[in-house]
Write a protein that binds this ligand. Structure first.
Ligand SMILES: Nc1ncnc2c1ncn2[C@@H]1O[C@H](COP(=O)(O)OP(=O)(O)OP(=O)(O)O)[C@@H](O)[C@H]1O
Length: 830
């Protein structure tokens, strides 16, 4: 039979007054830390390396290595294995570094829990904020809106509590919870699980399990599955197209060779080497390094924490940024402006009623702190509420935008007080239609001047013991309106101007009154376009204007975001409240300021250091910076590799010997890979950062085929001039000469591509930067390696001077063609 709460408290050797500090310390030593569910355990080196093997490019390389070993081409197989080992080690090291700094950064934003603890047995318990990791079984915790349930708990008291527990069940709708004394055998409505989010209401609860023993811990921390983000769609999309292409290459080379020369087995190592050459095996390394560098620069310079690395790419790709208003565009430090009676004149009674409701709502819910509007009410009203006895709290209902309390009035009767959004409160009042319209108009007029507006109403009811609920708020007497000034967030106007200057369209999704939101936008210098209320995924938006969707519930915000994503846009969401969480999770990238409620901060991919929106512009730029470098790498490496494959195929068909030995193809590939690591440190031209940087697979593949063909033409031209050139001198085999010249040409052409194809780089001028130096080293290797002993091991030979002239005759026009094609390509870009 399930425990009553008393039996459970006894079993856990605790009580409603909480544990003492000594007891808590002893239990912490016994049970270990209550590690937050969001922090995955650190991976060991071997596991990390095995995980790196799961990457599609590595799998392709391994398959090609196995094929080589199968035909006893041990040289090729060993080089491939070395490539796999190097790329896995680099990737594992890069990821380890990235994970470490991410863990350190995450540490800056981990949450706390409100717990009742006593210094000694005889002392009074005090509510304290302790790190979530310090919670132990038996602790008594308090939960309020916006809290993340810090451990598995059983409710001892609950008022209007609803929680979202999609981390466990995948079900995103809030679920009601209550403190049943003797719960049914299978019912779990008296339990809340670690990682669940408190949407509304309040509760006191006892911790029953922490750390790995929580339900979430036992479920092995399977995170909520989010739909594919912009990063997944772009980088993974491109990767898979290439993997298919690479797998097609060896059979194509083999079939061609079999048809023309009748050799299959001899050509296999070469075919494999060509496919290896096409593999951008450094892609995962470059992606991780680019993103990790960007994230750590952002943290150092702007105190922005990127909690999920790919989110940095997504931030750079954001086309539309949706923001909430309160606490993001405004300070969320409301100050009472006026208390107005139904006739629109000053009436202090309205403030008194609202403050009584706020005071008793807060006291009976045992919330650690009032929300911003209630705090403003209590500050303005001074000491109030003690003259009544509190009967019930009506916690904030986010769907109807109401909160209230029931107190005892004259002659022991009960008075129900509600305060909230004017349209809902007026709906509950006993008014004629005309009067309701007039009062709504009054509320709108105040909202139009940028004020936040609350309506207040009361009802006198016979005393009763039955609990109060939303259904009791009927036929109320309208008391009046309260207006609040909430100043704009400092720096918000500049930040929004920066964002629009960066080509990011802004939308404001708020729970507040449309007129208040519109006025805030105008005061921030934004031009307001469409204004809607509720769910409006179809809100089209006029270019250059801000669409405002007001009176949004949390679900409405998520629907608008999902609608924008379904229209093919990359969407970011910035918010700080519990009503922003579903939209954050629905967006490609969710952003929260550090002062946001726990659940918002924990759901965000990016956390801003301060309530300073200015950092957001820097974060978007950092995302674009990283993506531009990844794009540069992809453009250069793939167009060169693609060109090489075309040329190798053609040369393989026409030449009586292999156009390059497998070892030479692989050595050349190693040189390419090493030089391309420089892209992680490149500084793209500011021009490349002006628009959202999204790696769109179709546009990318068009670029690749265009520039790949140009590269192939250069390679084939080299092939032509080398074939037509006079024979080599004494002792020089034609084959070795051909291989060496082509090897040199390939490395020089790759160096040119590195210089001329990187993102947004002005073609001439500017400092060389890491990529400039790396391409110089690559070109140097191309020119010098054939003449070295290592070159001899690879079957290369020093080139006579006339070959360099021949190569120059090909490469100078190639460089010019690249410049012309690049300029034309850039002009065609929007
Ligand atoms: N403490 C409160 N008591 C009564 N009503 C409230 C209280 N707090 C908010 N409201 C009402 O609920 C409405 C919506 O609040 P909600 O928290 O959903 O959004 P918001 O904070 O106004 O806006 P945003 O979504 O931009 O953060 C408010 O405009 C107000 O009318």
């Amino acid at each position: 039979m399930p425990d009553t709460s008393l039996r459970l408290l006894r079993r856990l050797e605790t009580g409603p007054r909480g544990l003492t500090d000594t007891e808590a310390a002893a239990r912490l030593a016994e049970h270990g830390e209550n590690t937050p569910a969001a922090a995955p355990p650190a991976l060991s080196w071997p596991r990390r390396s095995v995980r790196a093997l799961r990457d599609p490019f590595t799998s392709v390389l391994l398959t090609l290595g196995l094929v080589s070993a199968f035909v006893a081409s041990w040289g090729t197989a060993s080089v491939i294995l070395a490539l796999v080992a190097v790329s896995c080690a680099l990737r594992a090291a890069g990821e380890r570094r990235a994970d470490r700094s991410l863990a350190a950064l995450r540490g800056l934003v981990t949450g706390t829990a409100t717990v009742l603890r006593r210094t000694g047995r005889a002392d009074e318990p005090r509510a304290r904020e302790v790190p979530v990791a310090d919670l132990v079984p038996g602790d008594i915790v308090r939960l309020g809106p916006g809290d993340l349930v810090p451990a598995d708990v059983r409710l001892l008291r609950a008022r209007g509590l609803t929680v979202r527990q999609d981390t466990l069940t995948g079900e995103s709708a809030p679920v009601a919870k209550e403190a049943a004394e003797v719960p049914g055998e299978s019912a779990e409505s008296h339990l809340c699980f670690q990682g669940s989010q408190v949407v509304s209401g309040s509760a006191g609860a006892v911790v029953v399990a922490t750390g790995a023993r929580t339900r979430f811990g036992a479920a092995q921390r399977v995170p909520v599955q989010r739909g594919p983000s912009a990063f997944d769609r772009s980088v993974h999309g491109i990767s898979w197209v290439l993997v298919r292409f690479m797998l097609l290459t060896p059979p194509l080379v083999l079939m061609a060779s079999a048809a023309v020369h009748g050799r299959v087995l001899q050509t296999l190592p070469f075919a494999v080497a060509v496919a290896v050459g096409l593999t951008p095996e450094m892609l995962p390394v470059i992606v991780t390094t680019c993103l990790a560098r960007g994230a750590s620069r952002l943290a150092d310079a702007h105190r922005v924490v990127v909690r999920r690395l790919p989110a940095l790419h997504d931030l750079g790709a954001v086309d539309v940024l949706c923001l909430d208003k309160t606490g993001t565009l405004t300070q969320d430090r409301p100050v009472l402006a006026a208390a107005l009676g139904p006739d629109g004149r000053d009436d202090p009674e309205v403030l008194r009623w609202a403050a009584v409701a706020a005071w008793w709502g807060l006291t009976l819910s045992e919330l650690p702190a009032p929300d911003a509007l209630d705090e403003a009410l209590l500050t303005a009203a001074g000491p109030v509420g003690e003259e009544y006895d509190g009967v019930a709290a009506l916690p904030f209902d986010p769907a109807h935008r109401l909160a209230g309390a029931v107190v005892t009035g004259a002659l022991g009767r009960h008075v129900l007080i509600t305060k909230g959004a004017a349209e809902t409160v007026l709906e509950q009042c006993d008014l004629t239609e005309g009067e309701r319209e007039r009062l709504l108009g009054l509320a709108t007029r105040h909202a139009e001047s940028g004020l936040r507006v609350l309506a207040v109403a009361t009802a006198e009811l016979p005393a009763r013991t039955r609990p109060y609920g939303a259904r009791d708020a009927r036929d109320l007497t309208f008391r009046g309106l309260l207006t609040f000034r909430d100043d704009l967030a400092p720096g918000a106007a500049d930040a929004l101007r920066t964002l629009t200057g960066l080509g990011v369209e802004v939308r404001v999704l708020t729970g507040d009154h449309p007129a208040t939101a519109v006025r805030a936008c105008r005061d921030l210098g934004l031009t307001v376009g469409e204004v809607r209320t509720g769910s409006a995924p179809e809100a089209a938006g006029t270019p250059g204007t801000v669409t405002v969707v007001a009176r949004c519930t949390a679900e409405d915000k998520a629907r608008v975001v999902a609608g924008l994503r379904a229209a093919g846009l990359t969407v970011g969401f910035l918010g700080d409240g519990v009503n922003d969480v579903p939209a954050m999770l629905a967006a490609d990238v969710g952003v929260a300021p550090r002062g946001a409620v726990d659940v918002a901060r924990e759901s965000a991919d990016v956390v801003l250091g301060e309530k300073d929106l200015g950092a957001l512009g820097h974060a978007v730029l950092a995302g674009r910076h990283s993506s531009a470098n990844i794009a540069s790498y992809l453009r250069v490496t793939l167009s060169s590799n693609l060109g090489n494959v075309f040329a190798m195929l053609a040369a393989g068909l026409l030449l009586p010997f292999l156009p390059m030995l497998p070892a030479q193809v692989l050595a050349q590939n190693l040189c390419f890979d090493a030089s391309q690591l420089a892209f992680a440190d490149d500084r793209p031209d500011p021009e490349a950062l002006r628009r959202p940087t999204r790696l769109r697979p179709p546009a990318f593949l068009r670029f690749l085929t265009g520039f790949g063909l140009l590269n192939a033409v250069a390679d084939l031209a080299t092939f032509g001039v080398l074939t037509l050139a006079p024979r080599g001198g004494a002792g020089l085999s034609d084959e070795a000469l051909f291989h060496s010249a082509w090897f040199t040409e390939n490395l020089l052409a790759q160096a040119l591509a590195m210089l001329l194809l990187r993102s947004g780089r002005r073609i001439a001028g500017g400092r060389p930067g890491p990529v400039g130096w790396a391409s110089a080293v690559l070109a140097g290797a191309g020119l010098l390696l054939p003449a070295t002993p290592l070159g001899a091991v690879l079957g290369l030979t020093a080139l006579p001077a006339d070959r360099y002239l021949l190569l120059a005759a090909v490469l100078v026009p190639y460089a010019l063609a690249l410049i012309v094609a690049r300029v034309r390509h850039d002009r065609r870009q929007p």
